[in-house]
Design a protein around this ligand. Structure first.
Ligand SMILES: [Zn+2]
Ligand SMILES: [Zn+2]
Length: 168
């Protein structure tokens, strides 16, 4: 009423065997991961860096290829999926800092422009994605120098950052 009964109960060759197999698999996985990390390190010496989201390697000499937010690198293609989930995990202060860097990066390398929140998109240009960021000029307060309404965001304290589809 021990080993054989347990084996039939679980429908496998006993728990110990299963655990051993799992250990072996974990060991192999750890080795593979180690090798991959070595490879990734080697590739980064060759000027290739890896997106932490999709795991693709991209040329780090292209400043628009990867965004370096908070120690992790994210490729341009992954930013629309990465940022909304990442920003949820950040403290208010970190979020503002990284958001500011992200907006700067999108404007510098991906022709992003700011749209006042109250205005509807009137352009015909196809949009790749857009995100809402707090206004850097009034730091999200909506006012400048006391009670003057911020003219950059038109008051709400937030702007839409629109990234156009690459037409080239
Ligand atoms: Zn990616
Ligand atoms: Zn503002």
């Amino acid at each position: 009423m021990h080993r054989s009964a347990r084996a039939s109960e679980f429908g496998i060759n006993g728990n110990e065997v299963r655990e051993e197999q799992e250990d072996e698999v974990m060991e192999i996985l750890a080795r593979v991961e180690h090798n991959l990390n070595d490879l990734a390190q080697g590739l980064s010496l060759l000027g290739l860096k890896r997106c932490s989201w999709c795991k693709r390697f991209l040329r780090s000499s292209d400043p628009g290829a990867l965004f370096g937010g908070d120690g992790e690198l994210v490729c341009f293609g992954c930013v629309p999926a990465w940022w909304p989930s990442r920003r949820e995990q950040l403290s208010c202060e970190d979020r503002k800092k990284i958001e500011g860097n992200l907006v700067f990066w999108l404007r510098s390398f991906h022709n992003a422009h700011l749209v006042k929140d109250s205005r509807k998109t009137s352009e015909n240009q196809p949009v790749k994605f857009e995100l809402v960021a707090s206004c850097l000029e009034c730091r999200g307060t909506g006012t400048l120098m006391g009670d003057r309404r911020c003219r950059y965001c038109d008051g709400p304290g937030a702007v839409r950052v629109v990234v156009p589809e690459r037409t080239r």
